[in-house]
Design a protein around this ligand. Structure first.
Ligand SMILES: [Fe+2]
Length: 181
């Protein structure tokens, strides 16, 4: 069984121990339902939309979680915005957990799975969060983080996560596709 606190050390940032445990349970459930092996984890790319994406799902999740914390700081301290840090960090750590169901191993290749065609990762991730009784605010962040949320209400925590995710993805994609510019 993977040691989630070693793979995602930012779990420690969640102050509520029950919530921290639930976040680990959701990752473990997705890992088992997706039929993954511990040795596979390093090789799971964070996206299939960029060819040869050499950042894995867990490094992406960590980068986005760090960005969320950095973005929340001045909004709380200088703007006086009320942010629930535990919900934000739990949502950041889980926003792409559904990719363990969206992707699968096709021979040696990691590719889109049937499940991923039917339910993209924001939907499958939200389903897992609801199944494990995470706070609705966390399920919300997962559900609306990508284009599925474009016509929906987004909480401030969901807005932060959505933009942090796209800052990471777009900046990575830009340098990867146009390395000389
Ligand atoms: Fe993401």
């Amino acid at each position: 069984m993977p040691q989630w606190s070693r793979i995602l050390p930012e779990l420690d940032w969640i102050a509520d121990g029950d919530l921290r445990n639930l976040v680990e349970k959701v990752w473990e459930d997705a890992f088992q339902l997706g039929g993954w092996h511990e040795d596979d984890l390093d090789a799971i790319p964070f996206t299939l939309l960029v060819k040869d994406a050499d950042i894995n799902l867990f490094d992406h999740t960590r980068i986005v979680t760090h960005l969320c914390r950095q973005i929340a700081g001045p909004l709380k301290e200088m703007q006086g915005l009320d942010i629930n840090d535990d919900h934000l960090i739990a949502g950041a750590l889980l926003h792409d957990v559904g990719k363990l169901l969206e992707y699968g191993k096709n021979g040696g290749e990691i590719a889109m799975a049937r499940s991923g065609r039917l339910l993209r990762h924001p939907l499958s991730g939200m389903g897992l969060a609801v199944k494990w009784n995470l706070p609705e605010e966390v399920s919300h962040i997962i559900a609306v983080h990508s284009r599925e949320g474009e016509r929906s209400y987004r909480s401030p925590e969901a807005i932060i996560l959505h933009h942090a995710d796209f800052i990471m993805f777009e900046s990575f994609k830009s340098r990867k596709e146009f390395p000389g510019i």
